[in-house]
Ligand binder design. Structure first.
Ligand code: MLT
Length: 404
């Protein structure tokens, strides 16, 4: 008789964004005439930039000829893309990262879920609270946690680092020393950014304790402040303690195209084993490469036209961020985020629970956001709005919220 992976049974309910999608679909079905504005999931709305579309067309045509056709991509990604990443994302920022330390993938969600596989099951995991649910859920699935604690509304055996108003939504060193530390900056969901000095403290802490930081920098394109690092490798000593995850979804609109990469420096060694070799082995065995046409589209992100067009696209979303931030402030909400990130994090009014505020906003303003408690127990009483809508929809959402 087959048995199932019982760790999956520890997970309460469905994935956060699936739950929200179901709720919204049910509401729309019951109220077919209502125009819902969706500022829930952080999904982009603007079309791909012309430089990217051109690269896609060109590479699709290459696939129509035997001489230029491409089959399986190299396991770790095409050299043209890995070199473009190394040069533009790292060398240009003074980071010592090389093309052969970059692993191209189909996106940061898969990488952030899969990366835990190369670590032992006994490792203690630390996460921010609130947190992007993938880091926790995948460790639960792997059996690296205890059961779901209904009283605390989180998992036994996980080190949660509360990120609250009092600490500027930044984690503090936990009392129990973790092995694996997930950090995401600029942060999803709170939109908080970490300064280079503060991140340096985490790098030093990890090196001192032999821990590994899994640094999710999916939102780095939205950084506007000088003292905020775009990569953890801007910090000294990060090569011996950090893995970085990057995405093309938010900076270039690839949510439906799928492309990302993970950086594993060759100096990152634990128990005498190079984590680079383990991730290469995992990638080679379980992944057959991101599509050629998509990697060519990724290369176009780094072309002069691509860079100029994407700068405008990011500015477009940041204008939405400012619209939401300022609009909520004017309406009397307590707001943060939105300066170095496309997320605005607000306190629910009148001590409403996050889910009550979700229902209230959906029913009265027909606006969808994401309940803070969906990201963790310490997200309770907060709510996230994304800047990834169209400008018109964003303005409309704010008009409705202000009218409540
Ligand atoms: C979010 O809304 O938190 C993100 O869009 C989800 C993701 O990037 O997978």
């Amino acid at each position: 008789m087959v048995t199932v992976n019982k760790n999956y049974l520890k997970l309460p309910g469905s994935y956060l964004f699936s739950t929200i999608a179901k709720k919204v679909a049910a509401y729309q079905e019951a109220n077919p005439d209502v125009q819902i504005v969706r500022l829930g999931i952080g999904d982009v709305t603007q079309p791909l930039a012309p430089a990217i579309i051109n690269a896609l067309h060109k590479s699709v045509d290459e696939m129509a000829n035997a001489e230029t056709f491409h089959g399986y991509a190299p396991d770790l990604g095409y050299e043209f893309l890995r070199s473009a990443i190394a040069k533009n994302d790292y060398e240009a920022r003074g980071c010592d990262i090389h093309a052969d330390e970059i692993f191209v993938s189909d996106g940061a969600k898969s990488d952030s879920g899969n990366i835990q596989e190369i670590f032992g099951i006994e490792n203690k995991v630390a996460v921010c609270d609130p947190v992007y649910p993938v880091y926790v859920d995948t460790n639960v699935m792997a059996g690296r946690t205890g059961a779901y604690n209904t009283k605390r509304e989180n998992f036994d055996g996980v080190i949660y680092m509360p990120c609250l108003e009092e600490n500027g939504f930044l984690p503090e060193f936990p009392t129990e020393t973790p092995d694996l530390i997930y950090l995401c900056f600029p942060n999803n969901p709170s939109g908080a950014a970490i300064t280079k000095d503060k991140l340096q403290e985490w790098v030093d802490y990890a090196n001192k304790n032999g821990a590994v930081i899994i640094y999710d920098a999916a939102y780095e394109a939205y950084i506007t402040e000088e003292n905020v690092p775009h990569s953890i490798y801007e910090c000294e000593g990060a090569r011996t303690c950090a893995i970085e995850l990057r995405s093309f979804s938010k900076n270039a609109g690839f949510t439906g195209v799928r492309l990302g990469f993970t950086v594993v420096p060759k100096e990152l060694i634990r128990e005498g084993v190079a984590l680079h070799d383990l991730w290469a082995r995992r990638h080679g065995t379980k992944f057959n490469g991101a599509p050629y046409i998509v990697q060519r589209a990724g290369e176009a992100v780094y072309s002069p036209e691509g860079k100029a067009q994407l700068k405008e696209q990011v500015a477009y979303y940041m204008k939405n961020a400012h619209t939401i931030y300022n609009g909520l402030k004017e309406a009397g909400y307590s707001v943060s985020g939105g300066v170095n990130a496309p997320y605005i994090w607000l306190k629910t009014p009148n001590n409403m629970s996050s889910w009550d505020f979700f229902d209230y906003l959906l029913e009265n303003a027909h606006v969808v956001g994401t309940p803070g408690s969906g990201f963790g127990a310490h997200g309770e009483g907060f709510f996230r709005l994304t800047a990834f809508g169209s400008y018109e929809n964003t303005q409309e959402a704010l008009r409705r919220i202000k009218a409540l």
